[in-house]
Design a protein around this ligand. Sequence first.
Ligand SMILES: [Zn+2]
Ligand SMILES: [Zn+2]
Length: 167
Amino acid sequence: MATARAKGATVCAQHHVPRSQCPPSAGHPRSVRFRDDDWAAAEDLARARNTDAGPLIISAAQAVLGYARCYRCRPEDPPVPLRCGDLTGRTLAEAITEAEEQAVSQHPAHEPVWLGAEPAPVGDRDIDATLEHLRAQVRQVRAGGAPAHVPPPPASAVFREPKAART
Ligand SMILES: [Zn+2]
Ligand SMILES: [Zn+2]
C-alpha cells in the first residue's frame, strides 16, 4: 500500500487495495445528485414493486446501457444484451423486470433478451404497414383528396417477390 500511496493512487477503504485493483463488479458507493421529487417518485414506484429505489435505478441505468444483469451469473461474467422490442401495453419498469427474469431463466446459456415483446416477423409487419397505407389512401379519397397523412408503404413489401418466385 505504501508504494501505491507513494504513486498517489487512492487506496480503497472497502477492499484495502489500490482503487485500480478493485474488482469491476465491486459495489462502491457512488454520489449522484438526484432531485428530491424524482427520488420520492422512484421510492414510490420501488415500494409498489416490492423493491428499493437503488435496485430500480440500477436496473434502469443498465437498460439504458443496453444490457441486463443475471443475478445467478458470477460477478465477473458479462451482462446479458438487450434487444429493443415492442413496449406496447407495459411500462418501461415492467419491461425491464421481464427482461431480467428472461435473462435469469436462460442461465447459464445466455443470449440477448427482448426489452418488451419480441416484434412480429418482418413479413407480418410489412402486411400491417401495407394495409395501413391502403386504408389511409382510401380515407384520403373518401375525404375528397384532402391532404392527409399517408404512411409510406414498406419498401420491402412493395418490391418483394413471392418466396416461390425466387427459387
Ligand atoms: Zn474497492
Ligand atoms: Zn446467468
